[in-house]
Structures are given as C-alpha cells and as structure tokens.
Design a protein around this ligand. Structure first.
Ligand SMILES: [Zn+2]
Ligand SMILES: [Zn+2]
Ligand SMILES: [Zn+2]
Length: 334
C-alpha cells in the first residue's frame, strides 16, 4: 500500500483509470508498471484502497463476463433467428426516391463498383439524400436463405469457448478509483520528509530502515518513522511529527512510550515546523532530541549536525569514562 501511495505522490496523480487489454482484461496499468504486479493484483490493490477508505470508486465501464469462467474476453455472435446459423451477410438497404424501389446495395451496384444504378428502372443515381437514401439494414442467412432485419445474438467466451445468452451473461463494472485528497496530502507530507530523513541516516553511516520496527522489553513491536543501525548494531530511532502551527507535546509522549520499551541508543524527533514549549520540556527530561525546521533542507542539516555532534561528543565522553574506569581498575589492582 505504501508503494501505491509513493507512486501517486511521485507521479502527482490522484486517480487510477482502468484500461482494457485483450489478454489481461480490465486492469490498472499504472499500478502494474509502477509496482511490477500482475493485472489481477492491480485490481485487488485498487479494491483495497477503497476498502481501507483511502479512495472512492466511480463507475467507469460495463464489463460483460462469461458465466462459466468469469473471463471478460467475450464476443457477440449473430445468428439467423430461423435456423440459428451464424453464416450471415449484412447489407445496407437503399431506396430509389424516384420510383420507391428498395433493394440491397449490391443490387444497385450491378453496373460496376462505383456506379449506383436502380435495379428496376435502370437509372443511374447520383447523390445520396437527393435521388436515393439509406433506409436500413438487411441480414441474409446463407444457410436457410431467409432474410431478416434483426439477428438473434449470443455471446462467445474466447477463453473457455463456451457460448451463452443475454439471459446468462454476467454484468459487472470496472471503476475509476480516486484517492482521498486529504489522505494523499498527509502521506505526501510524511513521504517528502521521510525520504530526506533516510538519506541523512545513510549519510551519517547508519543503515536506514523505514518504517523502523524495534521489539521492546515487553515483547511488543514498536514502529518508528525510521531507524538507523550503526556498525556495532546500535539502533537509533527517528520519529516525524508535523503540526500546525506547532507540534504538540503528545508527539513526545507517544515517542517516549516506544523509547522506554525499546531503548534505542539515541532518539530523535523531527518536529515541523516546531515543537511547543511543553513538548520541549518533556523531551529534555526524557532524553529525546528535538530537531525543528520549517523545511526539510533545514531539518536535514540540523539533524546531521545533531547526530554527528552527539556521536563525536558522546564518543569523547565514552572514552573519558573508559579511561577513568581503567584508572580506577588500576588503583583497585594496586
Ligand atoms: Zn428506379
Ligand atoms: Zn437461417
Ligand atoms: Zn468462459
């Protein structure tokens, strides 16, 4: 589902339009090519978008299906209403306005391919609408020789080769899917933040993952916007919070519940554009580092500084603690 939304955001699209293919039937080609899924899977994905309430369907086209195998690959067949034969010829009927002669077009063309000559009075006719007109169509059965104006029709399934009637056929529809604009905008915002976040995590040398799941001491799996893993296997947690006009402290409380259980090496929360005062106080107490910024460029820069600053600073502090410990150990040993 994430990839479907990425596709929408990347291509600035809000609609999925079904397209018919003679082999695949109706499907959503954009999903097929963007996600490398089958035509059938594209229909399932579109259905899921709708069932999850992320988009709405709108009738696009009627689809006739085979009642035996459900294939959309069907064709109509015309039959003689008298003997059921499918060997039919269809012709246009012309009327010579001068004498009222009505005959099939072929009878008017006996004099040559281009000339139209009345088969009764033998007069050459010049212009349709002026001296002759089309009055209808005519079907002839090549099996029984009868003529009629309305053939009987049945359907043929080109997949399973079975025939079926109008009474038996299955009518279904294929729909256009329109993604809910608010949901897409929300996703877009997060997505546009998430991608630069992942590149910062990679740039500082961590292995990024999103969504970042960590299993807590409770055994419960928590999910952060992203996590980064360093060479030593230490995991850093990153959450994204967007607020208007500011991010509220609840974002910190939410993250802290996860941090408490999963104990990442360090936790960062990106607050766009900024975090309210209470949130900052709580974040300070809980040891969650807040990175604010109005744009992702700003956030990326600050986050990078924060991570490298913590690492370098933290590294020195660690080294000092270790040195002290060694010193203490030596003293104790002496
Ligand atoms: Zn005539
Ligand atoms: Zn017939
Ligand atoms: Zn069939």
């Amino acid at each position: 589902m994430l990839r479907v939304f990425e596709f929408f955001v990347d291509n600035k699209k809000t609609e999925l339009n079904p397209v018919f293919d003679i082999v695949l039937g109706y499907h959503y080609p954009e999903i097929v090519s963007a996600l490398q899924v089958t035509a059938k899977e594209s229909l399932e994905l579109a259905k899921r978008i709708v069932s999850l309430g992320l988009g709405v369907e709108e009738y696009h086209e009627q689809v006739i299906r085979c009642p035996f195998c459900s294939s959309e690959y069907t064709t109509v067949r015309f039959h003689c209403p008298f003997c059921n034969s499918t060997k039919l010829v269809k012709e246009v009927l012309l009327e010579h306005l001068g004498d009222g002669t009505i005959a099939p077009l072929s009878a008017f063309k006996k004099g040559g391919a281009d000339a139209i000559v009345c088969p009764v009075c033998k007069k050459a006719l010049a212009k349709e609408g002026k001296d002759y007109r089309t009055v209808g169509v005519w079907y002839g059965c090549l099996s029984c020789g009868k003529q009629f104006d309305t053939p009987k029709n049945t359907f043929l399934c080109l997949s399973c080769s079975k025939e079926f009637t109008t009474q038996e056929l299955v009518i279904s529809s294929v729909n256009k899917v329109t993604i809910d604009k608010a949901i897409l905008e929300d996703f877009s915002r997060r997505h546009l933040i998430l991608r630069p976040l992942l590149s910062v995590i990679a740039e500082v040398g961590y292995e990024p993952a999103s969504p970042g799941t960590m299993t807590g001491k409770s055994g419960y799996q928590h999910s952060f916007s992203a996590i980064g893993k360093d060479k030593d296997g230490k995991v850093y947690a990153f959450d994204i919070a967007v607020g208007s006009p500011q991010v509220e402290e609840s974002a910190i409380l939410n993250m802290f519940a996860k941090v408490l259980d999963t104990q990442p090496a360090k936790s960062y929360i990106i607050c766009m554009p900024s975090l309210n005062i209470n949130g900052k106080k709580i974040a300070g107490v809980y040891g969650i580092e807040v990175v604010e910024g109005g744009s992702m460029t700003e956030v990326s820069k600050r986050l990078k500084e924060a991570i490298t600053g913590n690492r370098d600073g933290g590294g020195e502090a660690d080294a000092k603690v270790k040195a002290d410990a060694v010193a203490v150990g030596r003293k104790a040993g002496n």
